[in-house]
Write a protein that binds this ligand. Structure first.
Ligand SMILES: N[C@@H](CCC(=O)N[C@@H](CS)C(=O)NCC(=O)O)C(=O)O
Length: 199
């Protein structure tokens, strides 16, 4: 087993899905969370000047989705065959397209709130209806066991329900999926112990 070191800010953000994969699979890793003051020194040393980064022994991997996909393949959470894997990837990409719409770094609160409200009114229903259709009456999005697409949904929907606690009210199946992931004993243990952060 290689040595894994995941470097990110002290946030769930783009590292949390990888942390769920580590937690669920029980693989040891170093969860290297850095302070903003350290970031100023670290950033210039990085190939693409962004986090997260996963170090696998001496090799470095950037891009949160590539990190998630790699870890999922290593741990049997990527989908059972190549088509299932593509379906799982499509769900993760669809959720990411949506999450990337939000103006996370906007400093003007009025602009931030207006853009956020527009996204929730116009883009969110499309995402929820599509995910609901995909999930249908099954337990997990794809196949008959949990995949990292279910983890990714559970992680991103925390951020969404923090924007508005009732946001999944009309989509009980998607809320139930989030809760099903969070009830997996190893995920529940990680949630209990992780730092409490706004994002
Ligand atoms: N597509 C990249 C985006 C990475 C990214 O935007 N990272 C942000 C944090 S979420 C970052 O490093 N921001 C600090 C900076 O750019 O100075 C990924 O998914 O990993």
């Amino acid at each position: 087993m290689p040595n894994y070191k995941l470097t990110y800010f002290k946030l769930r953000g783009r590292a949390e899905t990888a942390r769920y994969i580590f937690a669920y699979s029980g693989i040891e890793y170093e969860d290297n969370t850095i302070e903003r003051s350290v970031w100023a020194h670290l950033k210039p040393t990085l190939t693409f000047k962004q986090l997260p980064i996963l170090k696998v022994d001496e090799m470095e991997l950037n891009q949160s989705t590539a990190i998630g996909r790699y870890l999922a393949r290593e741990t049997g959470l990527a989908g059972k065959d190549k088509f299932e894997q593509a379906q799982v990837d499509a769900i993760v990409d669809t959720i990411n397209d949506f999450m990337n719409l939000f103006p996370w770094t906007e400093r003007d609160e009025t602009v931030k709130q207006k853009v956020t409200a527009d996204i929730l009114a116009n883009n969110f229903p499309v995402l929820l209806d599509g995910l609901c259709k995909l999930l249908s009456d099954r337990t997990w999005f794809i196949g008959d066991s949990v995949t990292w697409a279910d983890f990714h949904w559970a992680v991103c929907s925390i951020t969404l329900t923090n924007l508005n606690v009732d946001i999944l009210h009309n989509h009980p199946k998607l809320l139930a999926l989030k809760e099903r992931v969070e009830a997996l004993p190893k995920i529940a243990a990680w949630i209990e112990q992780r730092p409490k952060t706004p994002l």
